[in-house]
Design a binder for this molecule. Structure first.
Ligand SMILES: [Zn+2]
Length: 303
C-alpha cells in the first residue's frame, strides 16, 4: 500500500505526526493491526487511526483519537506544547507492547504461531550484552539479554564528515566509567572505576536509530547540526538494512528539541516523500541525500 496520507496539525503536533508516519509505515505491524480486532482500548484506537490513515491515502485527517488515547497514559502528550518525536515513538511502542501483552492474556492471538505479546520486542528491540571490568579487582561481569527499543548514538567529533558506521563504532567501543558514573562491582561491593563494552547480539526487523543531536551543558541545550553520512543501504554485523524513513528536526534559532518543526521523509515504492503534517510531496532524488544526512531519527528495515 502506497500511503500518501497527511496528518493534520492539531496544535503543535508535528512531533507526533512525524512519529506516526514512521510507525504506520512498518508493514508487518500495520498488517497485524488491520487483520485483527482488539478489545483493548489502546489497540482498538490505534487500529481505528491506522484504518483512517489507509482509507485517506491521498488526503489528510486529524489524528485526535490516538493523541487523546496516548495522553491518557502519559500526560506529557495531553496539551498543545511541542514535544520530542523520539519520546513519542518510545511511548507509543511501549503502550502498544503493554496492551498487546494484556490482550494476549484474554484472546491468545498469534501471528504465524508468534504470540502478539512478543510482537513489539521481535519487531523493534535490539538485544545486547554489557561486559563490565572492574579496575580494582579485574573482575569481569557479563550482563546478558539487555534490550533497547531504539538505538541512541552519539555523533563523535571529527575533522571529516562522520559516517553512521563511525557513530555505531563509537557506541560499541570500550568506555571508561569513572567519577560520576562509576559501576558497583559485585566483588568489591562498592562503586569503582570500570571498563564497559556493549555487544549487540540481536538486531530487529525495524531498527530505529536516534542520532544524539542535542546536548545539555550548564543547563543550556544545544543542537549538533553536523552532517552524518547516512547510507541508504547499511551493512552492520552481518545484517543488511534499507533506509525506509527519517525524521528531521528543523529549527534555525531555537536551540531546544522541544521547539522547531518536525518533518518525516519516507521511501514508498522507491520514491521519497516529505510528510509535513497535512502536506505530502515527492522529494527530488538529488535533494534526499542532504536531507537524510541532517536527520535526527533514522528508520531502517532489515532485508
Ligand atoms: Zn571489583
Amino acid at each position: 500500500m502506497n500511503n500518501l496520507t497527511g496528518l493534520n496539525n492539531i496544535g503543535n503536533t508535528c512531533y507526533m505526526n512525524s512519529a506516526l508516519q514512521i510507525i504506520f509505515n512498518c508493514p508487518v505491524l500495520s498488517y497485524i493491526f488491520i487483520q485483527n480486532d482488539f478489545e483493548n482500548e489502546m489497540l482498538d484506537n490505534y487500529k481505528k487511526t491506522l484504518q483512517l490513515y489507509e482509507d485517506n491515502h491521498t488526503s489528510s485527517f486529524s489524528p485526535t483519537l490516538i493523541k487523546s488515547t496516548v495522553a491518557k497514559y502519559n500526560k506529557i502528550f495531553a496539551g498543545c506544547s511541542q514535544e520530542d518525536s523520539h519520546e513519542f515513538i518510545v511511548e507509543l511502542l511501549t503502550l502498544l507492547d503493554d496492551s498487546l501483552k494484556n490482550e494476549f492474556q484474554k484472546k491468545k492471538i498469534t501471528v504465524k504461531s508468534i504470540p502478539i505479546s512478543d510482537l513489539i520486542p521481535i519487531l523493534f528491540d535490539c538485544e545486547y550484552t554489557n561486559i563490565m571490568k572492574c579496575n580494582i579487582c579485574n573482575n569481569i561481569s557479563t550482563i546478558q539479554n539487555e534490550k533497547t527499543r531504539t538505538l541512541t548514538l552519539d555523533i563523535p567529533k571529527n575533522d571529516f564528515i562522520v559516517s553512521l558506521n563511525d557513530c555505531y563504532n563509537h557506541y560499541c567501543q570500550v568506555e571508561q566509567l569513572s567519577v560520576g558514573n562509576e559501576w558497583i562491582c559485585p566483588v568489591c561491593e562498592k562503586k569503582v572505576n570500570a571498563y564497559k563494552k556493549i555487544i549487540i547480539t540481536k538486531f530487529p526487523k525495524y531498527l530505529i536509530i536516534i542520532l544524539k543531536r542535542y546536548s545539555c551543558h550548564n543547563l543550556r541545550s544545544s543542537k549538533i547540526s553536523d552532517e552524518v553520512d547516512v547510507p541508504f543501504v547499511w551493512n552492520v554485523e552481518n545484517n543488511t538494512y534499507m533506509l525506509r524513513g527519517v525524521i528531521n528536526h528543523l529549527n534555525g534559532v531555537i536551540h531546544n528539541p522541544n521547539g522547531g518543526h518536525y518533518v518525516s521523509y519516507i521511501n514508498n515504492s522507491n520514491k521519497w516523500y516529505q510528510y509535513n503534517d497535512s502536506h505530502v510531496l515527492e522529494v527530488a532524488d538529488n535533494s534526499i541525500k542532504n536531507i537524510v544526512n541532517t536527520s535526527y531519527i533514522l528508520y531502517y528495515t532489515k532485508k
